[in-house]
Design a protein around this ligand. Structure first.
Ligand code: FEO
Length: 405
């Protein structure tokens, strides 16, 4: 384990988490996640963001600090850009090792230090415009960026190296291994991290898209040479690439997203799937790209990422006990919570002895600003005329998506 120099006396440290455990207790991370911290050394030493005691993260961090001759006891200031426990879970233990450390965060962050960790001394609240002089020319500047991802969040800026420490902002799922910088990964690896940054955004950040846009406005005057998030790749070669990507994601919330269709389906005995195949035929005839996920077989984390970036949705599920197929009800609920707004939507499905999904669906999607095509339902297996109609519905949805401006 080693520290990665970003510039003179500015280092990236990271703990790779490789676990079956779920991120935030909800989201699968089959390819891991990195918890990045940073060290800035002047005459005094600042550590920016910490870790939780998860998959040996404190030991990983300790080993990386040791590689540059620093121990936890040497840290003068701990800057907490964000208090979510993936970055602070080990705070009480750290403070016990280093009681003299001064913990710096926004006023709301300091309140969370007290409530989560019962630490009441050695705390300093900062706001936008405040600075911390570490000596030897190293000065950290603080910029409040609320709700990227919690209300207390801020970013820290080191102007000599042009490094912006952004915590969750511009982050991604996916562990890093023994490389951290954007110029160290191949095109194929970037493709992987792009998918994982979309999934991270859709799962963690999407509800706060308005605040992402505000945060980007606040940093646009800075001459950023390195974007240093607390999850995923550190962007030193093309720092604005990840910022622009995040802005694009933020705009999916209210503007048209990608001209793609996310198909999400569940079927008990194959009758809804038969109908869906006809819809897919119609979509393919119009040449609109689509993704397809089955619930509950595939985790809602992936469903959410596909739905968030796509302008069109097909939701195919049968009636189950007078209501929606439960895994789809859950997927729609998650979409609602994560602000998957403004989609062109087709819902289809089979029913057995009586319907009911239609009524529940209509109530569930209220407030989502979805433009819903007329639903298509059928009893039991779809007949020939149903299949013709379903194919036409697929075409209609694809045309609506193609026509978006
Ligand atoms: Fe990576 Fe919102 O914590």
């Amino acid at each position: 384990m080693k520290a990665y120099p970003i510039a003179d006396s500015v280092f990236c440290l990271h703990a790779d988490i490789d676990t079956d455990d779920l991120f935030e207790g909800i989201w699968p991370i089959p390819h891991g996640v990195s918890l990045n911290s940073y060290l800035v050394k002047g005459e005094k030493i600042a550590l920016l963001d910490l870790v939780r005691d998860w998959f040996g993260a404190p030991t990983q961090l300790s080993d990386e600090l040791a590689s540059i001759g620093v121990s936890f006891k040497d840290i003068d200031y701990l800057i907490l850009n964000h208090l979510e426990p993936d970055h602070t879970g080990w705070l009480a233990e750290f403070k016990a090792l280093n009681p003299k450390v001064e913990i710096i965060s926004t006023a709301k962050g300091i309140e969370l230090v007290k409530s989560f960790y019962k630490i009441n001394e050695g705390l300093r609240a900062v706001k936008t415009g405040d600075t911390l002089d570490l000596g030897a020319g190293k000065i950290l500047h603080f910029i409040e960026t609320p709700n990227v991802h919690w209300p207390e969040t801020m970013m820290s800026w080191e102007p000599i190296s042009g490094t912006l420490f952004t915590c969750d902002g511009f982050g991604s799922f996916g562990k890093l291994g023994d490389r951290v910088f954007d110029d160290q990964f191949s095109a194929l690896e970037h493709e992987f991290f792009e998918k994982e940054s979309l999934r991270y955004y859709a799962n963690i950040v999407s509800s706060f898209s308005v605040f992402v846009e505000r945060a980007v406005k606040k940093i646009e005057e800075l001459n950023v040479k390195c974007v240093a998030p607390s999850h995923g790749i550190v962007w030193r070669k093309q720092p604005m690439k990840i910022v622009e990507r995040y802005l694009k994601y933020a705009r999916y919330m209210n503007g048209p997203a990608e001209k793609k269709i996310a198909i999400i389906w569940g079927s008990m005995y194959g009758n809804t799937r038969k109908g869906l195949d006809a819809v897919i035929k119609g979509i393919e005839a119009e040449g609109v790209p689509y993704s397809i996920r089955r619930v509950p077989n595939e985790d809602v984390s992936y469903v959410l990422a596909d739905a968030y970036e796509s302008a069109g949705l097909v939701l195919a599920m049968p009636t189950y006990e007078y209501a929606m197929f439960p895994p789809m009800a859950y997927a729609i609920d998650i979409m609602k919570r994560k602000h998957v707004h403004g989609k062109q939507v087709l819902r289809i499905g089979s029913w057995g002895w009586v319907g009911g999904a239609k009524k529940e669906f209509e109530a569930a999607v209220e407030g989502l600003k979805w433009t819903c095509l007329e639903m298509k339902e059928w009893a039991g297996a779809p007949g020939e005329s149903d299949l013709v109609e379903l194919e036409a519905k697929g075409r209609e949805l694809a045309k609506a998506v193609k026509g978006l401006t």
